[in-house]
Design a protein around this ligand. Structure first.
Ligand SMILES: [Zn+2]
Length: 449
């Protein structure tokens, strides 16, 4: 690529991500929020070109998704789907140093909500597709690009809706979406860039703790549901689920080129927890979450009046499951955590969103690795998992091999990257935008021809 083409790509993707940020498609979980149709309008006019077939899906007014297809010449050739979401989560403006919806370019960084989650990827995919169209790209296998609504509220009007109602438009053998490619702060040699091949499940659970009502003026030996709930909450908070040193974890650790002692410590159950506490600052919560089902009691309610001893208290627990821990196993763990108070507890609600995984190695893995090594010589790709949730799960459940990836420059550390998700002062540097755009373009060219 010439220098002029490089700076042209950088300018184009910078401009597009700025405009997506300024559209402020804030999804607060209510059906009337988001209004992603504004970014669909923007992307549709940006991508309008010969060879592009575009369709929009709008299950409820304002919640639009765009699907673009470049049909392949060989129906048997493998197909690839590049998927980004256009919605973002709300902000606390007082925590920001710059306007969260200004999309300002400051010292080579674009500021604003969505800069890393994931308007950077959505924009860079669109620029890559436009470059492919402009060059008269005629792939063997079909290329799909989608800009979907509602990822931040479970994908109800976006990826979930599309996989259930427009499968023929969005199905592909392979899919790329958020997020990965931030340099992992552990291990030797060149940059270690995670490709996310899996994600944890969630089994959000509501418990009720029972008690006996009485007058608040006589608490001696009372059966107060709130007091019992406090103990239940503490026990859940202290609980450590069984360690799962699964195959993906082992491959991840092997890929890091750690000193032998550290590698062994992080792959042996007896030494794992000590090694975890010695991991570089900021990485332990993610490493812990990658190897265990986690329980975080995040909401509680009790009582009807200040002078009444409550007979009921409710606790909402954010439970995130490692593959294989879903379903009844979670219940067994809760019972173990709560111990003798289990008899006082009933489960009111239980979510069911199992973990999802794709193969650790695939033709797409190989292409991503070879393109990465061209763009960032000396770097290596390693498999890892997302401890939250993305739209990839809807596709994995239908048999699609789906990965989360991107390419970040050395300006953004893994720790900063992870902190910016749904956090304050979200921003992305222009070199990361350029690298990610070239990643998608070159991957599509190699993978589909
Ligand atoms: Zn996202």
């Amino acid at each position: 690529m010439t220098l002029a083409a490089t700076s042209e790509t950088t300018a184009e993707v910078t401009d597009l991500v700025q405009r997506l940020i300024r559209n402020a498609c804030v999804n607060d979980g209510t059906p009337a929020s988001g209004k992603e149709v504004r970014s669909v309008d923007l992307l549709e006019s940006y991508l309008h070109a010969p060879g592009a077939e575009m369709k929009r899906h709008e299950p409820v007014p304002g919640r639009a998704s765009l699907v673009l297809r470049i049909e392949g010449s060989d129906p048997k050739a493998r197909s690839l789907h590049l998927m980004g979401h256009t919605d973002v989560v709300p902000v606390t403006p007082s925590g920001w140093r710059h306007d969260p919806f200004g999309g300002e370019l400051i010292d080579g960084e674009v500021w604003g909500r969505g800069a890393v989650d994931m308007l950077d990827v959505t924009a860079s995919m669109a620029v890559a597709v436009r470059r492919l169209l402009a060059s008269g790209f005629k792939p063997k296998g079909t290329l799909i690009y989608s800009a979907v609504a509602d990822e931040e509220a479970l994908g109800t009007y976006g990826a979930q809706w599309l996989t259930e109602n427009a499968w023929d438009d969005v199905k592909a053998d392979f899919l790329l979406t958020e997020f990965g490619g931030a340099r992992f702060p552990l291990g030797g040699g060149g940059p270690k860039l995670p490709i996310m091949t899996a994600e944890k499940g969630s089994q959000w659970t509501r418990l009720r703790v029972r008690g006996t009502p009485g007058h608040g003026s006589m608490p001696y030996k009372s059966d107060n549901a709130l007091v019992k709930a406090a103990e239940v909450i503490s026990r859940i908070g202290r609980y450590r689920a069984p360690l799962r040193l699964h195959e993906l974890w082992r491959r991840f650790i092997e890929g890091l080129d750690l000193p032998t002692a550290q590698r062994l410590a992080l792959t042996t159950a007896a030494t794992f927890d000590v090694a975890l506490d010695r991991a570089p600052e900021g990485t332990a919560p993610m490493l812990y979450a990658a190897t265990r089902t986690t329980f975080s009691p995040n909401m509680a309610r009790a009582g009807v009046k200040l002078n009444v001893i409550p007979d009921s208290a409710e606790i909402d627990i954010d439970i995130r499951t490692v593959a294989g821990d879903d379903g009844p196993r979670v219940r067994d763990m809760l019972r173990e955590a709560i111990g003798d108070l289990w008899a006082e507890v009933e489960i009111l609600e239980e979510g069911a969103n199992p973990a999802s995984e794709s193969p650790l190695r695939s033709p797409l893995w190989d292409t991503l690795t070879s393109v990465t090594q061209k763009l960032l010589p000396g770097s290596e790709t390693i498999p890892f998992l997302i401890v939250g949730a993305t739209d990839a799960r809807y596709f994995r459940r239908k048999g699609v091999t789906a990965y989360g990836y991107g390419l970040l420059s050395e300006k953004i550390s893994f720790r900063d990257f992870a902190k910016m998700f749904h956090g304050n002062n979200e921003r992305i540097d222009q070199e990361s935008l350029r690298l990610t755009t070239e990643l998608w373009e070159q991957t599509a060219r190699e993978f589909l021809s």
